[in-house]
Design a protein around this ligand. Structure first.
Ligand code: BGC
Length: 818
């Protein structure tokens, strides 16, 4: 029989005592606690989990109405509970509306609470949060500490330093980042792979084995928390299939620079609120699939120009209100790891920045996971003392044995415990004998992983269908004059014009040059090369064939040929696109075919025109936008681009995407990347007024949050007649003729202009259908950062609240006096 393990912690609760208990003997006998038998639960062997309480009535109540999962892996217990508490410092973290407490314990069972029953919620909300947290948090260190205590110094050192790049990574069997495991302690090897559009492809064999998803910004453009989680789940599954247990994402920096070369991979767009609501969903999805997520790049990594040298200088309020929130949301969702940025922050490189890592991330935000460096971003041996836990890819020598020996051993132990804790948190630790784990390690580097890395097919029909769905949900209908879209049934002939409608996908070139992008994928570490992506032309052809529509095409940027092709067509679909990559910022904000589009649109006469734009972020369309009847934008949309676009054009999907960035009227309206040779300071002069907030008094091309539908939505206040301090209800009615979804956005203005606070995407509403959307707000939502007291403080006075379908489409206004 296995060793008995009994874990209990007590906390007083109104009216009695609460017992958190996890019992795991072979018979699951229920022990006596405090004179009471704890609960009358039926616990099958190896189904060891329970929670009971004395409600003061003299009877012990049991509410084990969740799904206990006993892994019997003999090594640890991961125990997650959703409760309504707010005490982050004591190990409680927030997830969406609820809160989470995590405790990992050395035990034989894994009990995962996955279901919230009514009784359970009611019971937990009665707790005193501090007591619940303090009763749980002491239990969160023993498991990883237990492992660390058994490690030799050599083993500890090997866990904090990657294996290097030059000699290793170019060999088969290695990932983008690698750390060997410690088999005798059941610590699996760490295998990291990028991320921004799926499992990064570095070799021809992998092309087609993994899904080339829409870029992360394209997923955000759907403004759909559930869809983000589904994507996370699928990403996690593909990484696991390929043998990786770390995904180098999500990328969550708020966009400061419209030309940012990596904006396509930053899911926050211009809004900390958007990033904070989407990030936890990504983390939940990925980590639920047994892969550690990595929130990056912390922090103020807002431009690629001079990315290793630029010193981002921002005041505390700007950091706390704009750039930190998505990272805080990542911490609160239990993300395993953070990745430090290349740049300096207020004078010190991010990966060795004590204020950033120790004070803010691990201190104020309460991050208990590990921080890895960006690749070759460690410049000093002392970075561990500033809060860096892992040097990647590990060949710079800074975390070499001799340097680690100079550190206080307690610092090294903490680094190692955080890494081991991260693995435990997602269920990766194997048991000493037998390897019975929630997520067994699929392979060990290098030899064991070769086959998975190069030969395993991780994509599937379901994933490709999801990529198409995300592409369509993230497509933003910018303009639709005269209802040119959806293409109506009477259409007999469509002209498809422009090289971007069927662009090349030069696999050979991309494999040679790591940061070449195209109109399907961005360049750089986030690139997933598609094998045979569906172009806009391909998608339109398929849909037209099903409908008996004739297609004439002119796949060049010759105005003459284009005009000839559109002769007697019922509608012309034009395409324009641009791409972006890591390492450099965009040269300009125009589409590569800007001149062509302007010229040809001047010659389309009476023929209705629709321009499909494919972009990596904010773009200037103003040279031709007025002349087009319709404009549909997708952010670099991966292998299913053409299907997703056709789904919208032909109306099989009603568009519901919204812009996560501002499409400007002029390039001059954008903040330029700091570009200098000597003075490396990049001062964030606009402060908290980032993105759309900075442009609130200017005309823009298409505003943040904008996106049209084929139907109309009416907005009314629900019960209570407005948004109050603690929230309110909005009634949305689909008043048009087609089923559709609306993204209901709530903006607050305390005197500095509207700022997005929250949003909800409705379910598909049938014509005439209404829904009531409740919004809840807390004091934090009505607060600004006060540097004097170093905290968020509720701002008194009048707050304006605007609710609508975009930052410049406010339909309801109310005010709150604080
Ligand atoms: C990027 C990271 C990436 C790493 C490994 C770096 O250049 O900044 O985002 O994860 O390379 O590929």
């Amino acid at each position: 029989m296995k060793i008995l393990s009994l874990l209990l912690c007590f906390s007083s609760v109104q009216g009695g005592t609460v017992y958190f208990g996890v019992y795991s003997d072979a018979d699951c006998k229920i022990p006596m606690v405090d004179g009471h038998t704890v609960a009358n639960m039926t616990l099958a062997t190896n189904q060891c989990s329970c929670m009971s309480y004395d409600d003061g009535s003299g009877y012990i109540q049991s509410n084990c109405n969740y799904d206990p999962v006993c892994q019997d892996d003999g090594l640890y217990l991961s125990w997650t509970q959703r409760v309504s508490v707010t005490d982050m410092d004591n190990g409680c973290t927030d997830e969406g509306g609820g809160k989470i407490i995590e405790a990992q314990l050395h035990s034989e069972c894994t009990a995962v609470m996955t279901h919230m029953g009514t009784t359970y919620q009611k019971l937990l909300s009665a707790y005193d949060p501090t007591e619940v947290c303090s009763s749980v948090s002491p239990l969160s260190s023993p498991p990883s500490q237990y492992i660390v205590d058994q490690m030799s110094q050599e083993e500890k050192y090997s866990l904090v330093n990657g294996i290097g790049w030059k000699t290793k990574i170019q060999q088969d069997g290695y990932y983008i980042g690698n750390i060997p495991g410690i088999p005798r302690l059941s610590v699996p090897s760490i295998k990291m792979q990028d991320a921004a559009q799926g499992f990064r492809t570095t070799d021809l064999r992998q092309v087609g084995q993994v899904t080339s998803w829409p870029c992360s910004l394209g997923v955000s453009a759907a403004w759909d928390v559930d869809l983000m989680e589904s994507w996370g789940t699928a990403l996690g599954a593909e990484h696991r299939s390929k043998g990786a247990n770390v995904i180098l994402g999500p990328s969550i920096n708020v966009h400061r620079i419209a030309k940012g070369g990596r904006n396509a991979e930053y899911i926050s767009g211009e809004s900390p609120a958007l990033g904070s609501m989407l990030t936890p969903a990504y983390v939940r999805g990925v980590q639920g699939a047994g892969v550690m997520a990595v929130a990056k790049h912390f922090a103020l990594n807002n431009q690629e120009t001079f990315r290793n040298e630029v010193n981002s200088v921002a005041d505390e309020r700007t950091m706390m209100e704009v750039y930190y929130p998505p990272f805080l949301a990542a911490v609160q969702s239990g993300v395993a790891s953070f990745k430090g940025a290349y740049n300096l922050v207020n004078g010190t490189h991010a990966c060795g920045n004590d204020e950033l890592l120790r004070r803010d991330l691990k201190g104020r935000m309460g991050f208990e996971g590990f921080v890895m460096s960006d690749w070759w971003a460690v410049h000093d041996v002392d970075y561990p003392n500033a809060g860096l836990d892992m040097d990647m890819p590990g060949d710079d020598g800074n975390f070499g044995d001799a340097n680690l020996e100079r550190l206080d051993p307690a610092v090294v132990d903490d680094m190692v415990a955080r890494i081991v804790g991260g693995m435990m948190g997602v269920g990766l630790m194997a048991e000493e004998e037998g390897g019975n784990v929630k997520f067994p390690s699929l392979c060990e580097i290098p030899d064991g992983c070769d086959d998975l890395y190069f030969n395993e097919t991780a994509t599937s029909d379901e994933h490709v269908a999801l990529a198409r769905k995300i592409g369509a949900e993230g497509a933003v209908l910018l303009k639709n004059d005269g209802g040119v879209l959806p293409l109506d049934d009477g259409i007999k002939k469509i002209a498809v014009v422009g090289s971007a409608c069927d662009p090349p996908n030069d696999i050979e070139r991309m494999l040679k040059i790591w940061n070449v992008g195209n109109y399907f994928v961005m360049g750089g570490s986030g690139r997933v090369i598609p094998a045979s992506p569906i172009s806009v032309l391909g998608g339109i052809k398929e849909a037209s064939a099903e409908r008996g529509i004739e297609i004439v095409e002119s796949i060049s940027d010759s105005v003459e040929d284009g005009v000839e092709a559109m002769d007697d067509a019922d509608v012309v679909i034009l395409c324009g696109a641009t791409t972006s990559t890591e390492g450099t910022d965009r040269e300009n904000l125009y589409l590569d075919q800007d001149d062509f589009l302007k010229e040809i649109l001047a010659q389309t006469g009476e023929i209705p025109t629709v321009v499909v734009t494919i972009t990596p972020g904010a773009t200037v369309l103003s040279n031709f936008a007025d002349s087009a009847d319709g404009i549909l934008n997708v952010f670099l949309a991966g292998e299913e681009t053409g299907h997703a676009v056709a789904d919208i054009l032909f109306g099989s999907v009603n568009p519901s995407g919204k812009l996560p960035v501002t499409f400007l009227l002029s390039e001059d309206d954008a903040v330029e990347p700091c570009n200098f040779l000597e003075l490396r300071e990049c001062v964030y002069e606009e402060g908290v007024l980032v993105g759309y907030r900075r442009l609130q008094d200017k005309d823009v091309g298409f505003a943040f949050g904008h996106g049209l539908s084929y139907t109309n939505f009416e907005y009314e206040w629900g019960e209570g007649g407005g948004i109050k301090r603690d929230g309110g209800e909005i009634k949305i009615t689909n008043s048009g003729e087609m089923a559709g979804k609306e993204v209901v956005q709530v903006y607050f203005d305390s005197g500095e202009g509207y700022e997005l606070k929250s949003f909800v995407k409705t379910a598909l509403l049938q014509a005439g259908e209404s829904v009531i959307i409740p919004f809840k707000f807390e004091d934090r939502d009505w607060s600004v950062w006060d540097s004097f007291v170093s905290d968020f403080v509720v701002k008194g006075g009048e707050w304006k609240v605007g609710v609508g379908g975009g930052s410049r489409d406010i339909r309801l206004v109310s005010s709150v006096e604080l």
